[in-house]
Every structure is written in structure tokens, then in C-alpha cells.
Design a protein around this ligand. Structure first.
Ligand SMILES: NC(=O)c1ccc[n+]([C@@H]2O[C@H](COP(=O)([O-])OP(=O)(O)OC[C@H]3O[C@@H](n4cnc5c(N)ncnc54)[C@H](OP(=O)(O)O)[C@@H]3O)[C@@H](O)[C@H]2O)c1
Length: 302
């Protein structure tokens, strides 16, 4: 009997994500085992327990998925897993906490694609606002946009203290110096920010409307608005779920990218990364930069 493809799905959370279990099985992993409430200190032991029992062929059919909600914790666990390998007993590892890495990768790649298409520009030098950017998806999107050369502001609806703390933590951790944290707690504050924005991302909690058509009237130089909220009402009013570069009514030159258009790229990227882990001869270590590199090439091809 051929050895099964075993995915060890590790999460610091109470539950592994059913979404990720489905994605792993659909990509060719035949057996998916969840390990929940896992602490960073347990990663080395779990990884070394997984790698030694199956021989060289079995090692190639073994993978590790790191979930949870906290992007820094997931990156720490990915690094700890990598350091725990004992070549040739080495397996592929992917981190995608709360879908944040593949979703942020899809969002930023779609926005960059629209900038190229409509403005012959990239993210370099663009002023990017990330509403809801204190959450896991928003943090990953902020870091990716900052790495691509944008000047990024994480916008919080609770004032600037939390946003500034998260922005500083992202800069310290991911070696970028172009993220700040700003106050988006009122319509007038949001509109003042919008007046200077080239790109807007909506990455707040599902079901929250961040920007109304009235707010957007202030966005005189907006080029791209990308929204991730698939639960009514729309996160950015006027940007429909399936929009993929559709002009935003009343905003000359601006186009919208909706939650399901980004969701499609996220799906394709996560599927492809999980499949690469099945077929690779050499172990892969996949994080949000890996997801972004793939998302960029995917959107450019479509
Ligand atoms: N398409 C996909 O496959 C996919 C995958 C993953 C996630 N998503 C979507 O991506 C979005 C972000 O996910 P996430 O897990 O990062 O979100 P989250 O952690 O639930 O929320 C992100 C931020 O939303 C802000 N927020 C909460 N309540 C708010 C309110 N009433 N008004 C304004 N802002 C509010 C909070 O920031 P402040 O308190 O600092 O303002 C919070 O940090 C969600 O819509 C989610 O459904 C889509």
C-alpha cells in the first residue's frame, strides 16, 4: 500500500480551521490530523515526533500546517519547525493563520495589478490606508504593501493608540519603516485620511461597513479600493463582492476589488501552495511572502 499524504495541522487555537482542513484534502493531503491549543515550546517536540517514523519516501508525504490567529506566533512556529528538522528527515511547512497570509497576499496582489493596469504604476510611493489593519489580515497586508514600497497607515476605529502600537510591532518584526497607526474613529477623521489616499484596503471584522459613499466623496485621488468583507453590508459601499477592477460610481479613475474577487485569488494561492507541498522533492517553508509571490504571478496571468 502506498503511504498516505499526512498533514499535521498545528494551531495555538481551540480548533483547527475546517476551511483549512478542506483546502488540504482538496490539494491532495489524504490524512489531516489537528493538534490544538499548541504552545510555541511544543513545536520542536511535535515536529521531531512527526519526521522520524516514515523513511525518505514517507518524509516527502508528510507536511505541517500552522494556523491560529496571531501572525507573529505563526511566524515564530514556522521558524521553530524549520529549526527542528534533522536532514534528511525534513518536511514542508506552511503558515496561514486565520487565512491571513493567503488573503492578504491576494488583496495586495490584486491592488498592485489594478495600479499597473490603470496607472502604469506599482505600490511604490502610494499612500495606502488599511482600515481594520490591527487584525491579522490587515497586519499581513500592511507589511506586504510596505515591503512593496507604499507608505502605509493602519487605521483603527478605536483611536490611534492601538493602531500605532500594532504599526510599530509590524515594523520591528518585519524590518520595514513605512507603517504608521492613525485614528479612524469618526467620519471626519476617516475623510481627512481619505483625502490623501491612493489605495484603500478594508480588512475589518466581517459584517462591518467601514466607508460609506458619503465618506468616499473625500477620496479625490483614490485609485484602488479593495474590500474583504463578504458579510452584508459591504465593507466599502459601492465595491460589490465580485468587482474586479470595476470603476467606483462617482469616483473618477478609482476602481474596486470586492471580497469574492480577492477570495478567488486567495483560494487559488492556498490550493497551489498546499499542492506544491504534496509534489515537492525539496522541503518548502511557506509564509506570507511566498503567498504574495504566487498571488502576484497568478493575477498577472489572469
Ligand atoms: N476571503 C477570504 O478567504 C478571507 C479569509 C480570511 C479573512 N477574510 C476577511 O478578512 C477580514 C479581516 O479578517 P480578520 O480576521 O483580520 O479580522 P478581525 O481580526 O475580525 O478584525 C480586524 C479588525 O477589525 C476592526 N473592527 C472590529 N470591529 C469594528 C467596527 N465595529 N468598526 C470598525 N472596525 C472594526 C478591529 O480593529 P480596530 O478595533 O483597531 O478598528 C479589528 O482588529 C474579515 O472581513 C474576514 O471575513 C476573508
Amino acid at each position: 500500500m502506498d503511504k498516505p499524504y499526512i498533514m499535521h495541522m498545528i494551531t495555538p487555537a481551540k480548533n483547527a480551521s475546517p476551511f483549512d482542513v478542506n483546502m488540504a484534502c482538496d490539494a491532495g493531503w489524504t490524512t489531516v490530523i489537528p493538534y490544538t491549543d499548541v504552545e510555541a515550546a511544543e513545536i520542536t517536540g511535535l515536529v521531531q515526533d512527526a519526521i522520524f517514523s516514515r523513511g525518505p519516501k514517507g518524509v516527502r508525504r508528510t507536511g505541517i500546517f500552522i494556523g491560529g490567529r496571531d501572525i507573529d506566533m505563526a511566524m515564530d512556529m514556522l521558524q521553530l519547525a524549520r529549526e527542528a528538522m534533522v536532514p534528511p528527515f525534513e518536511v514542508s511547512v506552511i503558515a496561514d493563520p486565520s487565512g491571513a497570509f493567503t488573503t492578504a497576499a491576494g488583496l495586495v496582489a490584486c491592488a498592485e495589478h489594478q495600479l499597473r493596469k490603470g496607472y502604469d504604476a506599482d505600490l511604490g510611493g502610494q499612500r495606502v490606508l488599511v482600515f481594520g489593519g490591527t487584525g491579522p489580515v490587515g497586519q499581513a497586508a500592511s507589511v506586504l504593501a510596505a515591503r512593496a514600497g507604499a507608505s502605509v497607515s493602519i487605521v483603527s476605529h478605536k483611536g490611534d493608540a492601538q493602531a500605532r502600537a500594532v504599526a510599530q510591532a509590524c515594523m520591528d518584526r518585519y524590518a520595514v519603516d513605512n507603517i504608521d497607526g492613525v485614528d479612524g474613529s469618526s467620519d471626519s477623521k476617516k475623510e481627512a485620511l481619505l483625502a490623501e489616499a491612493d489605495v484603500v484596503f478594508g480588512t475589518a471584522k466581517a459584517g462591518v461597513q467601514l466607508l460609506t459613499t458619503e465618506n468616499l466623496k473625500a477620496a479625490g485621488r483614490l485609485k484602488v479600493a479593495g474590500d474583504l468583507n463578504a458579510v452584508p453590508p459591504l465593507g466599502i459601499e459601492g465595491v460589490e463582492l465580485m468587482d474586479d477592477g470595476k470603476p467606483i460610481a462617482g469616483l473618477e479613475g478609482a476602481v474596486g476589488i470586492g471580497a469574492l474577487a480577492v477570495g478567488n485569488v486567495k483560494y487559488q494561492v492556498q490550493h497551489a501552495l498546499l499542492k506544491d507541498m504534496v509534489t515537492t522533492e525539496k522541503p518548502l517553508y511557506l509564509d506570507f511572502q511566498s503567498a504574495f509571490d504566487l498571488a502576484r504571478s497568478y493575477v498577472d496571468k489572469t
